[in-house]
Design a protein around this ligand. Structure first.
Ligand SMILES: C[S@@+](CC[C@H](N)C(=O)[O-])C[C@H]1O[C@@H](n2cnc3c(N)ncnc32)[C@H](O)[C@@H]1O
Length: 284
């Protein structure tokens, strides 16, 4: 519904040609719309401002529109933003699967495009499980798991202090104190020092560190357990991105078996984000 509306608005304002390079790049997070556009396809800032004004007019629940000027970069996976129209504010309340999250698009990575993954993983968690989320951001996976399933505990780690503060806020907003445990720090260090051999399930939603930190995910498990790892893989036409991802993991020679895998989304020309659900074969 919203996607159709975004497309219609972009086409009406810019014409079908220019609109093609923009409408699928608009995300709505709470009451903020983000246009992810490195000003390609002949688009100017003025074009984007016109689209932004029209979004505000036609979709009244949108209060603020921002241009993401860069892709996500750096360890914290943040973008550089420029305000385009509406209220000059980058914090919002974002709802997913009945949970509410305070986010600041300039301070923490957040995307509605992981929506399905959040609930898919939550539904796999069995009552009483201990989960370690190595790269938790504002706590979306962790909190949705705690809301939808009945884990004993979800240790929720992030290295970005702002993400950690927002995660703490979101844990109390959703009344999950004592279930979701926020931890500020580097996931590798935290696991080495405090979370070795505690988990039934580990989440690794950060493709940049996925392969290098796989050994730490195994360390966090208490014997057999599941690891959900997100990877970026390059695949040419006719190649299966999931298989390519699994071959990369397999090449590390770790005691893992792939139970399931899927393409989460396309992230560039011939580049895909995939998730692999891996079973650790080691007995603890
Ligand atoms: C892609 S975001 C996570 C998104 C989040 N899981 C969600 O569903 O919204 C990756 C996060 O990993 C964090 N991060 C980066 N390096 C880290 C490290 N070494 N240890 C822990 N967290 C790290 C970043 O600060 C960022 O918030």
């Amino acid at each position: 519904m919203a996607i159709k509306m975004l497309r219609r608005i972009a086409e009406e304002v810019l014409g079908p040609g220019k609109a093609a390079s923009i409408w699928a790049r608009i995300d709505v997070v709470g009451d903020i719309a983000v246009i992810k556009n490195p000003l390609t396809g002949g688009l100017t800032l003025e074009d984007l401002r016109m689209v932004a004004e029209e979004l505000l007019r036609r979709m009244p629940y949108i209060k603020s529109v921002w241009l993401a000027e860069t892709p996500v970069t750096g360890a914290y996976k943040l973008r550089r933003f420029r305000h385009l129209a509406g209220e000059d504010r980058s914090t919002t309340l974002y709802k997913e699967h009945g949970c509410t999250f305070k986010v600041d698009i300039r301070k923490v990575f957040v995307t509605p495009r992981l929506n399905y993954e959040h609930i898919r993983i939550a539904r796999l968690v069995k009552p009483g499980e201990v989960v370690v989320n190595m790269f938790a951001g504002a706590g979306l996976f962790s909190i949705i798991i705690a809301c939808k399933s009945r884990p004993a505990r979800v240790y929720s780690i992030d290295i970005n202090r702002d993400a950690y503060e927002l995660m703490k806020h979101n844990i109390s907003l959703n009344r999950l104190e004592g279930i979701v445990v926020p931890i500020h720090g580097d996931a590798a260090r935290v696991i080495e020092e405090d979370l070795t051999g505690v988990a039934d399930r580990v989440l690794m939603p950060l493709p940049d560190l996925a392969l290098d930190y796989m050994g730490y995910a195994l360390k966090a498990l208490r014997g057999r357990g599941m690891i959900h790892v997100y990877l970026h893989v390059k695949a040419n036409r006719g190649e299966d991105p999931v298989r390519i991802g699994w071959m990369e993991v397999k090449g590390r020679g770790l005691p893992l078996r792939m139970v399931y895998g899927r393409i989460v989304r396309r992230v560039g020309p011939r580049m895909y984000q995939v998730v692999l659900d891996l079973e650790a074969m080691r007995d603890g």
